[in-house]
Design a protein. Structure first.
Length: 233
């Protein structure tokens, strides 16, 4: 029964997203030029998920209980784009809604890995190690049209393929930040941060933290979806 309900929710979500075939998208885009007859210009279509793998990912994300809207694909030049992305506004833990800060568009698959990590990696570690459930995750953003720090190579952030995580706020009010607590926290706080980083390494392709370099002293960089192996530092 639960499965049926989630399928219904997923299909309701997808129909709300106005899924139209690729050929229709092109003709809709062409028809947005103002008509000389004075007719009202056609509204741009709602964000779409025309590809089966995108629809599958949106349904998967819906199943996690995340609150989000799909973002219209955009190619922004200079190797930067937001294709197949979503705007996440909240996630679910076992017991409650998890709020997020500073999130921009993120690739759907990375968003789904983030939702699962927040629930099964972070919230449960917070309860077990720190004795309080998770309430909020503070990010330093996801999409940013920029290079890897100190290089001429485009960052995964340039295609909304990564999320930077700065801190975790617990239900009891404690705020555990990578900057303050990775080195300076109590034994439990340090164990919590190392535990959540290790669990991220099981879900994301690349995970970088304070041990990697000075550019990551204040956040975890979570990039891509775990394939055969992950790069975890
Ligand atoms: Zn990053």
């Amino acid at each position: 029964m639960k499965k049926i309900i989630s399928v219904l929710i997923a299909s309701a979500l997808l129909s709300a997203c106005t899924v139209v075939p690729e050929s229709n998208r092109a003709s809709t885009a062409r028809s947005t030029a103002p008509a000389s007859s004075g007719a009202v210009a056609t509204r741009l279509p709602a964000p779409v998920a025309a590809h089966p793998q995108d629809r599958q990912c949106l349904a998967q994300l819906t199943d996690t209980g995340a609150q989000f809207v799909p973002v219209a694909d955009a190619y922004l030049g200079e190797g930067c784009s937001t294709v197949g992305t979503v705007q996440l506004s909240a996630l679910r833990s076992d017991a409650t809604r998890l709020s997020l800060s500073n999130m921009g568009p993120v690739q759907c698959g990375v968003g789904a890995a983030f939702a699962a990590w927040a629930r099964y990696g972070v919230d449960r570690a917070a309860q077990q190690i720190l004795g309080s459930p998770l309430q909020r995750i503070e990010t330093m953003g996801s999409y940013a049209c920029r290079n890897v720090a100190g290089s001429s190579r485009r960052s995964a952030h340039a295609t909304a393929g990564a999320i930077d995580i700065a801190a975790f706020v617990l239900e009891d009010g404690r705020r555990i930040s990578v900057l303050q607590h990775w080195h300076g926290g109590s034994a439990a706080e340090k164990e919590f941060l190392r535990t959540v980083q290790r669990s991220a390494c099981r879900r994301f392709a690349t995970v970088l933290g304070p041990e990697y370099n000075a550019a990551h002293r204040d956040h975890f960089h979570l990039e891509g979806v775990m394939g055969d192996s992950s790069f975890c530092r």
